[in-house]
Design a protein around this ligand. Structure first.
Ligand code: SAH
Ligand code: SF4
Length: 384
């Protein structure tokens, strides 16, 4: 489907925004629920197929609006059932979305930005630099496309996407409004109806945005920690220099405390890199650090990629690290590597970022500004 700049794309409008859209047209607000169901539950993009809407309104919608998802360029199926979609978004960029089937659920790993400006030392997306934020239509469009590709949206089709994790390319909290609108659509009854326990936002720790997240959503939260002390985390996650561990964990704890359901826990993600953050003492420090927070810990063996010298942790180390955490009373799981034969594993997502941002050349996180700035946005320096 080609972009039509003059038409408004209804795919990414949150229920509130779609209601306002119909109100402006002089229509009743409930039109929004009808249209949301057609778009998100039935996968319909042609207004003429929306048969519970009058012919006149359908024609009007056709004139001024559209339902436009990004386009799947290619898809790969891993031998373990994982499916990776390469999706074209405007500006000649491509992003990646990964579907991971498990026995009792199907998780879709969704991207929030084209590239990422935060430059974590172990992440393929970070190495690509940042190009731009995805629109809400491009974010929810990934769910729409995947669900459609599995037949979820046909009335009797099997429901395959049961969980969504914002763990693809990009830092979701740096694209706050579009991510929040998309998560609202994921959880809304007239749309995908996923429960708040089945939608997870993962962040490397943009504290000011995290501080306000609770006003907009009650989705699950995962913190990409990766190190038990600031010295080490500064090396792995440069953003830590601006928002150190204590500040980040405080903010995450406030988010969890604010959730209506007290049983919910914070997920701590810890990517284990050989001889970097995998020692017994790191595990012990972690047990101390997290002792006052309700957490479950997810260990992710580092997935190697071309531009990195890091190595995957050995299985013995991985088990030993896990055992220390379990012995201290933490629920600790290991994220099995899925889809690595099609480069779909965590941190291997690179898409094809149209190079506006080779870090050292054009855009980069302005580290000087990072340490001095009080702003709640990450200073990104554009070098023309
Ligand atoms: N920007 C967000 C979400 C995307 S990254 C964040 O950082 O949380 C999703 C997860 O994959 C994060 O926990 C990230 O640290 C992890 N990850 C990134 N690169 C990885 C790699 N090479 N191997 C294993 N995990 C990686
Ligand atoms: Fe960005 Fe997350 Fe990768 Fe860090 S780990 S560079 S925050 S996508």
């Amino acid at each position: 489907m080609s972009a039509n700049a003059s038409k408004i794309n209804l795919l990414g409008l949150s229920p509130d925004k779609l209601e306002a859209f119909f109100e402006e047209l002089g229509e009743k607000r409930f039109r929004a629920s009808q249209v949301l169901k057609w778009i998100h539950q039935m996968g319909v993009s042609d207004f003429q197929q929306m048969t519970n809407i009058s012919k006149g309104l359908r024609n009007k919608l056709e004139e001024i609006a559209e339902v436009r998802a990004p386009e799947v360029i290619q898809q790969w199926d891993s031998k373990d059932g994982t499916r990776k979609f390469l999706i074209r978004v405007s500006g000649d960029n491509a992003i990646e979305t990964v579907f991971i089937p498990e026995r009792d659920r199907g998780t879709l790993c969704v991207s929030s930005q084209v590239g990422c400006s935060l430059d974590c030392s172990f992440c393929a997306t970070g190495k690509q630099g940042f190009n731009r934020d995805l629109s809400a239509a491009e974010i929810i469009g990934q769910v729409w496309l995947a669900a459609k590709s599995f037949g979820q949206l046909s009335e009797n089709g099997p429901r395959k996407v049961t969980n969504v994790v914002m763990m693809g390319m990009g830092e979701p909290l740096l694209n706050f409004d579009n991510v929040v609108d998309s998560m609202t659509l994921m959880m809304h009854d007239n749309c995908y109806g996923l429960s708040k326990r089945r939608v997870t936002l993962s962040t490397s720790g943009v504290v000011p945005a995290l501080d306000k997240l609770g006003q907009y959503t009650d989705a699950c939260l995962a913190i990409s920690l990766h190190a038990p002390n600031d010295e080490l985390r500064n090396e792995l996650v440069p953003l830590n220099k601006k928002y150190p561990i204590a500040m980040l964990l405080d903010s995450a704890k406030r988010y969890i405390d604010g959730l209506p359901d007290q049983r919910r826990k914070l997920t701590i993600e810890y990517t284990l890199i050989d001889q970097v953050n995998d020692r017994d003492e790191h595990a012990q420090q972690l047990t101390d650090l997290l002792k006052d927070i309700p957490v479950k810990i997810n260990l992710i063996p580092f997935n190697p990629f071309g531009l990195s010298n890091y190595k995957r942790v050995s299985n013995t180390r991985l088990r030993r690290f896990q055992q220390i955490l379990i012995d201290a009373g933490y629920t600790t799981t290991i994220r099995t590597t899925r889809g690595d034969d099609i480069d779909a594993a965590c941190g291997q997502l690179a898409g094809q970022v149209n190079d506006r941002t080779r870090r050292s050349e054009r855009y980069k996180i302005d580290m000087a500004a990072l340490s001095s700035s009080q702003a709640d946005v990450i200073p990104v320096k554009a070098i023309q």
